[in-house]
Design a protein around this ligand. Structure first.
Ligand code: GTP
Ligand code: MG
Length: 201
């Protein structure tokens, strides 16, 4: 997928405020501070399309972006951040679940996990929930630049075992070095079109 145009559409909490599902859509999910907003900025080649922050809990609403005037990206608020207020925390689950269960145009979910952390129950629950509904997911390990190449490869093996998938099904990514950017764009193409841009057929 080549991204030529990206624009913010709106932020919303309730499905009644979501934009019409007129285009296929991919959502980005993961723990607070894992780098969801930074990943979106990297793949759309913009520094500040999405607001990022070193403080967790930056994105608290479901944010919609229109890409190439024919698809949507959705930046979901991060989970697992203890310091946001109880009200915000108790709203997270229902807000994200409402989003995931009601978007008829959802083609897939990119699940981001910090390369240095173990996957937690939220990631396993999300993956199981998606599998049960037949929604494909793309697994991305973020902040790869924090580890040497050798340690990245070691973590990839460990994570593949923990996530019960092949190493080839996990993308190593860094918003700082842009490592893995092209792999993500290629896999997004698969999610949106159901075909690989590098099909060998
Ligand atoms: N070194 C490094 N830092 C990163 C990378 N990606 C994100 N960060 C930093 O991690 C912090 C959080 O990034 P965000 O993109 O705001 O994270 P988020 O997942 O959107 O967080 P919430 O909106 O709170 O859920 C920021 O300080 C980023 O600069 C990366 O690939 N490498
Ligand atoms: Mg964010």
């Amino acid at each position: 997928m080549i991204i030529k145009h990206s624009e913010f559409v709106k932020s919303a909490v309730n499905p009644s405020h979501f934009p019409e599902p007129e285009f296929p859509e991919v959502a980005f999910a993961g723990r607070s501070n894992v780098g969801k907003s930074s990943l979106i900025n990297t793949i759309v080649n913009r520094k500040n399309l999405v607001k990022t922050s070193s403080k967790p809990g930056c994105t608290q609403l479901v944010n919609f972006f229109k890409i190439n005037n024919n698809t949507f990206f959705v930046d979901l608020p991060g989970y697992g951040y203890a310091k946001v207020s109880k009200t915000v925390r108790s709203q997270w689950g229902p807000m994200v679940e409402r989003y995931l269960s009601q978007r008829t145009n959802l083609m897939g979910v990119v699940i981001l996990i910090d390369i240095r952390r173990e996957p937690q129950k939220e990631e396993f629950q999300l993956m199981e929930w998606l599998t049960n509904r037949g929604i494909p997911c793309l697994r991305v390990l973020t902040k790869a630049d924090k580890l040497s190449r050798q340690r990245q490869i070691n973590r990839l093996s460990v994570m593949a075992k923990l996530l019960m998938c092949k190493k080839e099904e996990i993308i190593l990514f860094s918003a700082t070095s842009k490592q893995g950017k092209d792999d993500i764009l290629q896999e997004l193409n698969v999610l949106f079109n159901g075909v690989s841009s590098e099909s060998h057929i």
